[in-house]
Write a protein that binds this ligand. Structure first.
Ligand SMILES: Cc1cn([C@H]2C[C@H](O)[C@@H](COP(=O)(O)OP(=O)(O)O[C@H]3O[C@@H](C)C(=O)[C@@H](O)[C@H]3O)O2)c(=O)[nH]c1=O
Length: 169
């Protein structure tokens, strides 16, 4: 073809996505729901998956209307573990850690009920989430440090900040 860009490989023969330019310390575990005669069972998190050696101190649920966006967020000390139970979301990450080998990298992952996965996001990695599809998205966050009401470990940048080479909105 004289014009256009050829597709590279994006999935393996087992339909596992080939995640290019992942960010240092970000882990993704694709999870396969178990079909039963009365529905599905989908595991969410197991310490034995060895995604990190940190505790689960709190789990909260973030419901997002179709098309809703949250972010950019970053935490100084908290590890986020995101799992989308319903609907579909695009998780966008930006490595803001100057000492990181992947400093400056932008990376995206689409996850959801049809393609369950848990995505762990270390402190210092900026993250934004957009709810895709026609239905509300339901996102669980299994954090290693519980939310401190009086002093949240939570930094924000606008979705169209110039400090990140990707605009959430
Ligand atoms: C995280 C948290 C928030 N809140 C309150 C604080 C605030 O008034 C309201 C909304 O919280 P936030 O502003 O943090 O929500 P949001 O900005 O959507 O951020 C949340 O979304 C996911 C995707 C993340 O990445 C996390 O950082 C999480 O904080 O809920 C709690 O009561 N308990 C909690 O554990």
């Amino acid at each position: 073809m004289a014009t256009g860009t050829p597709d590279g490989q994006t999935v393996t023969p087992d339909w596992l996505t080939i995640d290019v330019s992942a960010i240092e310390g970000v882990r993704v575990k694709e999870i396969r729901p178990v079909a039963t005669s009365n529905g599905y069972l989908t595991e969410i998190f197991r310490q034995e998956w060895d995604l990190d050696q940190l505790p689960v101190a709190q789990v909260f649920q973030r419901t997002m209307y179709p098309g809703a966006m949250t972010g950019w967020h970053a935490h100084a000390a908290t590890l986020d573990r995101l799992f989308c139970c319903a609907g579909s979301v695009r998780i966008s990450l930006f490595d803001g850690r100057k000492a990181s080998p992947s400093f400056g990298t932008v990376w995206h992952k689409i996850v959801g009920a049809m393609r369950p996965a848990i995505v762990t996001i270390p402190p210092g990695v900026w993250h934004g989430v957009v709810a895709l599809g026609p239905e509300p998205a339901l996102l669980l966050n299994l954090v290693d440090k519980a939310y401190a009401y009086d002093a949240p470990d939570h930094w924000r940048l606008p979705p169209d900040t110039e400090q990140i080479p990707y605009r959430l909105a």
